[in-house]
Design a protein around this ligand. Structure first.
Ligand code: BGC
Length: 450
């Protein structure tokens, strides 16, 4: 009982990083409408204010991987919290569109780092049989952050320069994260990988609330007989390549099945399907955000019981079917009530299916399949892929609708879903209930028998 409550509390503190990820990506959708009133912005400038976060996130993932392995997980999350704080304050006070874009880039940099260091941190402190649920607290926090950003956008919409408050609110969770991280321990696995066994014992003792930890230390150390250093050479070693491919493939699937066209453009899609007023389009969007939160909770309850792969199949089928139906509704050119009902219903099913599967599981699996010594670097590569595919989809979605039409665009995402079913069946290992060390060893065994 004691063990569960302290590891839960520590995981929840780290997950505030996920809340910042969700809040700071979601907040721009509403804020942009008001930023346009402060300065006259061209479509190009608007595009950059929105995308600078994604570019920042790509850079954050690129530059931090190695440092996460060298300096430790806790220190990097703490530094990230400070960057979130500085970025939120600076964007709220920005004096020109260029400044705003640069400061949003700084926030993006922090998001890029937090997006993988939080699941990494939690996976290294969690007991094997609860790892799925605990790591996915991060995804839950992301979805809560997205809904909060919609609500806070709504709350400040009537105030002059309201967008500055919308951006500035981000300092609160940033401070909470920084303060919280001062009190949590470094992960025992990272400490052991640096031969700091005494500190690792102390950390385990705090996490489990029980200081009889020699068995656990031996178990972790036993799994680390191999002496990898955090470097690109180790990362691309023969036995690691399939694992690297799984990480990049999962991130491709998470983004190229189109989730962020919904998260970033839901009001636009609702308007295309016949919702005239902005208020009704935005309310429907809040509804989507809430389903995203609720179904993530369902996933958290199932991950460690059903396993990762069955949930991936269920979610992918749900996403494929709803995308086919949505495309069909636009294709048949149905108008008025019918198209509205079908588009709302299929988007809800789509988001629900994403939330039980690709949402939490992609971040979870990449936190489980790499060896401790190079986990930071390997995860940062998968994370780089995630943000790069995210940027490509976000930039091409509206042009695709113009050139291919709405129906074929959604059917294109469904096609990626079919490929994903194959990829998950053939390439992705089941990680439920296995220790991180066991998972690492199975890649080595597979390589030997090849
Ligand atoms: C994805 C984000 C997405 C969010 C939606 C995350 O797992 O990485 O791109 O916006 O889920 O809930």
């Amino acid at each position: 009982m004691q063990q569960t409550s302290s590891v839960r509390l520590i995981s929840a503190i780290a997950a505030v990083g996920g809340l910042l990820f969700g809040y700071d990506t979601g907040v721009i959708s509403g804020a942009l409408l008001f930023i346009k009133e402060t300065w006259t912005l061209s479509a190009f400038e608007q595009g950059w204010i929105v995308s600078s976060v994604l570019v920042g996130a790509i850079l954050g993932a690129v530059f931090s991987g190695n440092l996460t392995d060298r300096l430790g997980r806790k220190r990097i999350i703490l530094l990230t919290a400070m960057a979130f704080f500085a970025g939120s304050l600076a964007t709220a006070l920005a004096r020109s569109p260029l400044e705003l874009m640069l400061y949003r880039g700084l926030i993006g940099f922090a998001i890029g780092i937090a997006s993988y260091t939080v699941p990494l941190y939690i996976s290294e402190i969690a007991p094997d049989d609860k790892r799925g649920a605990l790591v996915s607290l991060n995804q839950l926090a992301i979805t809560v952050g997205i809904v909060l950003s919609y609500l806070i956008d709504g709350a400040f919409a009537q105030i002059e320069h309201g967008w500055r408050y919308m951006m500035g609110v981000g300092v609160v969770p940033a401070l909470l994260l920084a303060a919280g991280m001062l009190f949590v321990p470094e992960t025992p696995r990272w400490l052991i990988s640096r031969s700091r066994t005494d500190q690792a014992k102390e950390a385990l003792c705090r996490i489990y609330g029980n200081c009889d930890v020699n068995g656990e230390i031996e178990k972790i150390r036993g799994g680390m007989l191999h002496e990898e250093q955090s470097s690109f050479r180790e990362l691309t070693a023969g036995w690691m390549r399939p694992a690297l491919l799984v990480g990049i493939g999962l991130m491709f699937i998470q983004q190229a099945t189109g989730i962020n066209t919904i998260i970033y453009y839901a009001p636009t899609i609702f308007q295309l399907s016949g919702f005239e007023s902005e208020v009704s389009a935005i309310s429907a969007t809040v509804g989507i955000g809430i389903i995203n939160v609720l179904m993530t909770i369902v996933s958290i309850r199932l991950l460690d019981r059903l396993g990762r792969k069955p949930l991936l199949y269920i979610g992918l089928w749900g996403m494929i079917i709803s995308l086919l139906v949505l495309g069909g509704a636009f294709f048949s050119g149905g108008s008025g009530g019918m198209l509205k009902i079908v588009s709302v219903a299929s988007l809800l099913v789509y988001v629900a299916a994403f939330a039980v599967s690709l949402g939490p599981i992609c971040w979870l699996v990449i936190s489980e399949i790499y060896p401790t010594q190079i986990r930071g670097l390997a995860m940062s590569v998968a994370t780089l892929a995630n943000w790069s595919f995210n940027l490509i989809v976000a930039l091409t979605f509206l042009p695709l609708i113009e050139f291919l039409g709405t129906a074929y665009t959604f059917w294109g995402f469904a096609l990626v879903g079919f490929w994903a079913l194959w990829f998950c069946r053939v390439k992705v290992p089941e990680t439920k209930g296995r220790s991180l060390e066991e998972i690492e060893n199975s890649w080595r065994q597979a390589n030997k028998s090849r």
